[in-house]
Design a protein around this ligand. Structure first.
Ligand code: 13P
Length: 275
């Protein structure tokens, strides 16, 4: 993943990191990336593993990446337990995120440092989060947004040796009730002082203009989850609603198409590809 983010940095673009939960989502995302000839990241968050087990999803994501005509990194999103991070690395994930954002700073540093040491053994990239991204990746309590403190970000990057930093700048996971106002001033300050690629979580619902502005200020990876899950569900529902008797194979194709359309749209925004 580090190589993809460095290449994106040279071009002044961002790599789309797309969450997947089944084979159709993997196929839709890869099809869009190949069609636009751009690298992407396929990712799955630890909270999603109860629906889509790592032992099944991991090898499929890795096989899809290996067979693709473009470069694809395979990433564990929001790793919460060291054990899960280790399992993903052993399966061959090229990067992992460890989310210690709800921990006190010193504890977050300590735990991320241990993840960096483990990932190093596998030649894998590590992303971590500082500040609190709002909403929630999955069910449960919604978190209040807490913007990343630039001073903490400097200390955190120096002491952990992390490769990429997810920032909290007013972004939140899930659908926003109203379009968010991102704190570009905070992003700019972090980008000036931290010399690693920055990551924007909570991509669903952020406007194209805001994405592009954030990319100009150092965002090199953008996470999209909810929009792909919602697109898949909508295309599947529309297909079923329009049929007296649904057919599995057509339903599967509708799911792939829903994800493909969403991923394609976002890749174009993140890579400044205009129609
Ligand atoms: P959304 O569900 O808001 O797109 O957020 C995705 C994300 O940040 C995954 O970590």
């Amino acid at each position: 993943m580090k190589q993809l983010l460095e290449a994106a940095d040279k071009k002044g673009v961002a790599v789309g990191a797309f969450s997947v939960g089944n084979m159709e989502m993997v196929m839709g995302a890869v099809r869009a990336a190949e069609e636009l000839n751009t690298p992407i990241i396929l990712q799955i968050a630890e909270v999603r593993l109860k629906n889509s087990p790592l032992e099944l999803m991991g090898p499929m994501m890795i096989a899809a990446a290996k067979n693709a005509k473009v470069d694809i990194a395979v990433h564990l999103d929001h790793g919460l337990k060291f054990e899960t991070v280790k399992k993903a690395l052993e399966l061959g994930f090229t990067s992992v995120m460890f989310d210690g954002s709800l921990l006190p700073l010193e504890e977050n540093i300590k735990q991320v440092h241990a993840v960096v040491a483990e990932a190093y053994k596998h030649g894998a990239t590590v992303e971590a989060e500082l500040g609190v991204v709002g909403g929630n990746e999955g069910e449960g309590k919604k978190h209040e947004i807490l913007c990343t403190d630039p001073d903490d970000a400097v200390k955190f990057c120096e002491q952990t040796g992390v490769d990429a930093l997810a920032v909290a700048i007013g972004n939140a996971h899930g659908n926003y009730p109203v379009s968010p106002e991102l704190r570009f001033d905070v992003l700019e300050e972090i980008n000036k002082r931290v010399n690693i690629p920055l990551v924007l979580h909570g991509g669903t619902g952020i406007s194209d203009e805001q994405f592009r502005h954030a990319i100009k200020l150092g965002i090199r990876k953008v996470n999209i989850a909810t929009a792909s899950f919602d697109h898949l569900a909508k295309y599947a529902k529309d297909y079923c609603d329009g049929k007296e008797k649904a057919n599995y194979f057509e339903l599967s194709a509708a799911e792939v198409e829903g994800v493909y359309q969403n991923v394609k749209r976002h890749i174009k925004v993140f890579n400044f590809i205009n129609d």
